[in-house]
Design a protein around this ligand. Structure first.
Ligand SMILES: [Zn+2]
Ligand SMILES: [Zn+2]
Length: 268
């Protein structure tokens, strides 16, 4: 660990539902989960099935931030091994009014009849708390705004030593929130952006809460970001399909996220 490190690793960027098989080997089939390391701080952005085989040892208590509670974003949580390690603490921050509501929200899925036990019965110490912005972890500053998605979803910005990344998952562009998003994401180095649908597909899926690479490109250009990774790949989008879409993107600095890749923010 180097104190100036600021890196993001894609543990899963599939949207809506996990997929597997030979047609998903390049971009990956695990659902939303991104591991961010900033010096000795560790943050997970969402806990989709990508978190299942994530590392478990960190210099300080890791924080799992949930953008929202849709199943694809919490799918891996119950099987993340760290949560079952006796005496080991993990913070879990959930968009909710207060601690009680945060606990009730996750308990609504991770308890019978949907799951055999609640998180209170896990061996690890899971500290469930409401996600409140700004959140500071040492030198890492985390901020957020409400995006545009059925039931709500947080857009999250992480700043560390002069660099920043913005996580825009499960976001459907519409004019008022898009303006707010532009000012929130101004001068970010890296943006993760929901590019689930192509434009013609989007016309048939209005209201489903997702966006397009074209709108991502508009955001990228408006805020002068260095790199945009398109995320939340549709389960129907195979490697062949995503490669075809990627080749059509008319500028550099924007591509689809690949499961397993790491972006070093200090070298962007
Ligand atoms: Zn999602
Ligand atoms: Zn969602």
């Amino acid at each position: 660990m180097n104190i100036s490190d600021f890196k993001l690793k894609v543990l899963g960027s599939r949207g809506s539902m996990s997929v597997d098989g030979t047609h998903y080997s390049e971009f990956g089939g695990s659902t939303s989960c991104y591991l961010v390391t900033a010096g000795d701080e560790t943050v997970f952005l969402d806990a989709g099935s990508g978190i299942v085989n994530a590392p478990v040892d960190f210099p300080k208590t890791p924080v799992i931030l949930l953008s929202h509670l849709h199943l694809d974003h919490i799918l891996g949580l119950g099987m993340y091994q760290r949560l079952s390690m006796a005496g080991v603490k993990t913070r879990l921050c959930i968009p909710a009014e207060n601690a009680e509501a945060a606990e009730a929200a996750i308990d609504g899925v991770y308890s019978p009849p949907y799951w055999p036990v609640s998180f209170r019965q896990y061996a690890g110490e899971i500290q469930i708390e409401p996600l409140v912005f700004p959140l500071r972890l040492g030198e890492l500053l985390i901020d957020g705004i409400e995006g545009s998605h059925p039931g709500g979803c947080k857009v999250i910005r992480l700043r560390y030593r002069g660099r920043s990344l913005v996580y825009v998952t499960d976001y459907e562009h519409e004019s008022s929130s898009f303006e707010a998003l532009k000012s929130f994401a101004e001068n970010a180095d890296l943006i993760l952006y929901d590019g689930q649908y192509e434009s013609d597909e989007y016309e048939r899926k209005r209201g489903f809460g997702h966006s397009t690479p074209e709108m991502g490109m508009k955001l990228l250009e408006a805020v002068h970001a260095k790199l945009m990774l398109l995320v939340h790949h549709d389960p129907q989008s195979t490697d062949e399909e995503l490669s075809r879409r990627e080749k059509k993107i008319p500028r550099s600095g924007i591509r689809y996220a690949r499961q397993g890749e790491t972006v070093d923010l200090q070298s962007l």
